[in-house]
Design a protein around this ligand. Sequence first.
Ligand code: CA
Length: 234
Amino acid sequence: MRILVVEDDAGIASGLRTNLQQRGYAVDVCDGVASAWGALRAERFDAVLLDLGLADGDGSELLRRLRLSPPATGAQSTLLPDPSTPVLIVTARDQVHQRIAGLDLGADDYLSKPFDVDELDARLRALLRRAAGRTSPTIRHGDIEVDPAARTVRQGGKVVEMSPREFSVLLVLLEARGRVLSRLQIEERLYSWDSAIESNAVEVHIHHLRRKLGSACIQTMRGVGYFMPQGVAP
Ligand code: CA
């Protein structure tokens, strides 16, 4: 899952990046409204952590522009910001009227600084769960059960060990709920700008996932991408 952190305090930004990366997220950081808008136009993020007091403007302006963007379509999906991207405001402004204004502007949640990073992660998981249309904190697919909070995978009740990247690929495919994702779409969700991507990394992770979970659990649509068939026990 890929997160955009919009934060002008370099210390907070780097702490968030480190903490979230340890929890398996791909993290990109922007320090202002203009750079964040550019990032949202160029890439797909699963959620945005948004500071309000930014060097070149107010984060609420970015949120307003995002929510007013036209709905993204397949053809434009890498050129326009996705107005449905979940946004969690993380700010020093902790007055009730400021929280209300932020939520009414289209934020999905609001957290005041100083914050506890475990609480931030729990709120982020809740946002991602809602964005994926899930009500349960765990994801079930046939006999596979994934717990995003504990980062565990079970199949038929037995724990299946996997690397952080394999776990991330599995989560991205599960959250797509049967939609076909191209290799590029999967890479975009796994890697931040500054990470090196080996050209066949996604193929290798999928090969390992098939070996561990059964070859039928992830299908290839030749020339298009990968998907997990719905309603079939793998
Ligand atoms: Ca700030």
